[in-house]
Design a protein around this ligand. Structure first.
Ligand SMILES: [Zn+2]
Ligand SMILES: [Zn+2]
Length: 134
């Protein structure tokens, strides 16, 4: 599986340890679907040269093609390294498409719906949920 060399290659990265085990998730930026020349990125302010990190869209610096943030991120692939609560380690690649997941609050016992991605441990089939992705 492709590993990131620097954070600038990524749209998203997280490491966490919770009731679903230990999970590391990273999502690579991908090339513009229109011209294929460069990776899509957040727009740059032409005056300051700084990236507008809160922008709601991604743009191509070559052809000006733009995609709404959610739609662009949903089209990407999440690379995941995990160790499930049973101790099985594995790697998996899944679409970075966030769905509403039901999460039980371990303190209150109440279920909540939160956006995230989920996948199953390849060894024991335990469903690992990664929520609050941004
Ligand atoms: Zn382009
Ligand atoms: Zn497992």
């Amino acid at each position: 599986m492709r590993k990131p060399k620097s954070m600038s290659e990524l749209v998203y990265h997280t490491r966490r340890k919770d009731e679903f085990g230990t999970v590391r998730v990273w999502v690579f930026k991908e090339n513009c679907t229109e011209c294929g020349k460069v990776k899509m990125g957040k727009p740059v302010n032409p005056k300051t040269g700084k990236v507008k990190s809160r922008s709601k869209e991604y743009v191509c610096s070559e052809c000006d093609h733009s995609v709404e943030k959610e739609a662009y991120e949903d089209s990407l692939t999440a690379s995941i390294e995990y160790t499930c609560p049973e101790g099985h380690s594995g790697e998996i690649e899944i679409p970075f498409e966030r769905r509403k997941l039901t999460i039980k609050n371990l303190n209150t016992g109440k279920n909540k719906r939160k956006p995230g991605v989920s996948f199953n441990c390849k060894t024991c089939d335990f469903e690992i949920k990664v929520v609050k992705l941004k």
